[in-house]
Design a protein around this ligand. Structure first.
Ligand SMILES: Nc1ncnc2c1ncn2[C@@H]1O[C@H](COP(=O)(O)OP(=O)(O)OP(=O)(O)O)[C@@H](O)[C@H]1O
Ligand SMILES: [Mg+2]
Length: 338
C-alpha cells in the first residue's frame, strides 16, 4: 500500500493539513503532526486511528507531535518600514552606478524644468562628500537657518527649495568626515527635519554608486520613483545595470533612464553626431524592462552655465538641451502622482 493512499484517507478525515512527515516502515506507520498549540494531541491521535482502522497493511500507528509557529503569509509585510517625507507628493531619486555621468546636472535641470511647468519643487543634494548643487545653482557660501520648530529652512532659487550639505559647512573646502551611522543621521535629518512646505516633487541628487548611502536611504525613506542617468558608453551602461538592480531590490519603481551626452549637434550644420554610438541605451532599457525618458545632447554650454550657477534650462531655455530637459520633465509629470 502506498503512503499516497494513506494520505488520501487522512485528507478525507481532515487531518492531512497537520502532517509534517509520514513514513510506512513494514506495517508500522509513523506520522509527525505539526500543531500550533498543545491540547489537541489526543483528539488528533484518536481521529487518526479511527480513519486508518480499516487499512489491513497498517498494523501499528505511532503519532508524534511537534509545535509549529504560525507563519505570516508571504508578502503580507513590507520588506522595510519606510518613512514618508511629510508634505512631499513625489520623492524622486536621481541616481547612477557611475560617477560623472551628469546626475547632478540632470537633477538640477529637471527640478528647474518641473518648476517651470508650474509645480512646487525641491532639490536635495544627497551627495554629502561631493555636493555640487551649491555651484550648479549659484548658491556657494550660502547658509541655512532653522525655524522656530528647529527645522532647517531650505534656500530658494529659480523657484526651487534647495538644500545641500554645502550650506552647513564652514567653508567650501571643509572635508566631510562623517562615516556610517553619523552620515546616515545627517542625511535623514536633511530629509525629515526640513521645512519643505508642500511640494509636488522633491528631487534627490544621489551620490554616485550603489553603496551604503544609497541603499540605506532607499530602505528607510519612502521614494516614489528613481531616474537613472547614463551616458551611451558601454562602461557607464554596465554601472547602470547595478543601479537598476539596486532600485529593483529595494522595490523602488524605476521611472526610466535619461541618456546624457547622447549626441552632439554641430552648431554650423545642425547635424547630429552620435559620438558614443546610437541606440545602446534604448536597447539596454528595454532589456531591463524600463524605458528611455529622453536623450540630452552634449553641449559645452551646459558645463559653462553650470559653472556660472545657472542651469541651462534657466539660462538658455530655447536651446536643444533645455528643450530635452523640459520634455523629460513633462513626461515625468505625466507618469507620476499629481
Ligand atoms: N549634457 C551635457 N553636456 C555637456 N556637459 C555636461 C552635460 N551633462 C553634464 N555635463 C558636465 O559633466 C560634468 C559632470 O556632471 P555632473 O557633476 O552633473 O555629474 P555627476 O554624475 O553628478 O557627477 P558625480 O558622480 O561626481 O556626482 C560637469 O562638468 C557637467 O557640467
Ligand atoms: Mg553629482
Amino acid at each position: 500500500m502506498a503512503v499516497k493512499e494513506i494520505m488520501d484517507t487522512l485528507r478525507d478525515a481532515g487531518l492531512s493539513q497537520f502532517v509534517k512527515d509520514i513514513k510506512l516502515i513494514g506495517s508500522t506507520l509513523e506520522i509527525v503532526y505539526g500543531i500550533k498549540e498543545k491540547g489537541v494531541e489526543r483528539e488528533l491521535e484518536e481521529k487518526t486511528r479511527q480513519a486508518l482502522k480499516d487499512m489491513p497493511d497498517v498494523k501499528d500507528i505511532k503519532v508524534r507531535f511537534v509545535e509549529v509557529r504560525e507563519e505570516p503569509p508571504a508578502f503580507s509585510q513590507p520588506m522595510f518600514v519606510r518613512r514618508k517625507v511629510e508634505g512631499v507628493r513625489n520623492l524622486i531619486a536621481v541616481g547612477s552606478g557611475k560617477g560623472g555621468v551628469g546626475k547632478s546636472t540632470v537633477a538640477a535641470n529637471l527640478a528647474v524644468a518641473l518648476a517651470k511647468l508650474g509645480y512646487k519643487v525641491g532639490l536635495l543634494d544627497a551627495d554629502m562628500y561631493g555636493p555640487s548643487v551649491p555651484t550648479l545653482l549659484g548658491l556657494k557660501n550660502q547658509r541655512v537657518y532653522v525655524d522656530e520648530n528647529n527645522r532647517i529652512i531650505p534656500l530658494e532659487k529659480y523657484g526651487l527649495k534647495v538644500l545641500s550639505i554645502g550650506f552647513l559647512l564652514p567653508s567650501e573646502d571643509t572635508p566631510v568626515i562623517w562615516r556610517g551611522p553619523m552620515l546616515m543621521k545627517a542625511l535623514t535629518q536633511f530629509l525629515f527635519d526640513v521645512n519643505w512646505g508642500e511640494l509636488d516633487y522633491l528631487i534627490l541628487d544621489l551620490p554616485p554608486g550603489t553603496g551604503d548611502v544609497q541603499l540605506t536611504l532607499a530602505q528607510n525613506v519612502q521614494m516614489d520613483g528613481a531616474i537613472i542617468v547614463t551616458t551611451p558608453q558601454d562602461v557607464a551602461l554596465a554601472d547602470v545595470r547595478k543601479a537598476t538592480a539596486m532600485f529593483r531590490e529595494v522595490q523602488i519603481p524605476i521611472l526610466g533612464v535619461v541618456e546624457n551626452m547622447a549626441y552632439f549637434v554641430c552648431p554650423e550644420s545642425g547635424n547630429k553626431y552620435y559620438i558614443f554610438g546610437k541606440g545602446k541605451v534604448m536597447e539596454f532599457a528595454s532589456q531591463y524592462g524600463t524605458k528611455v525618458l529622453g536623450s540630452i545632447p552634449i553641449d559645452p554650454q551646459v558645463a559653462e552655465d553650470s559653472d556660472k550657477g545657472t542651469p541651462v534650462v534657466e539660462s538658455h531655455p530655447e536651446s536643444e538641451v533645455a528643450k530635452a530637459f523640459l520634455s523629460i520633465a513633462k513626461l515625468i509629470s505625466d507618469i507620476t502622482r499629481r
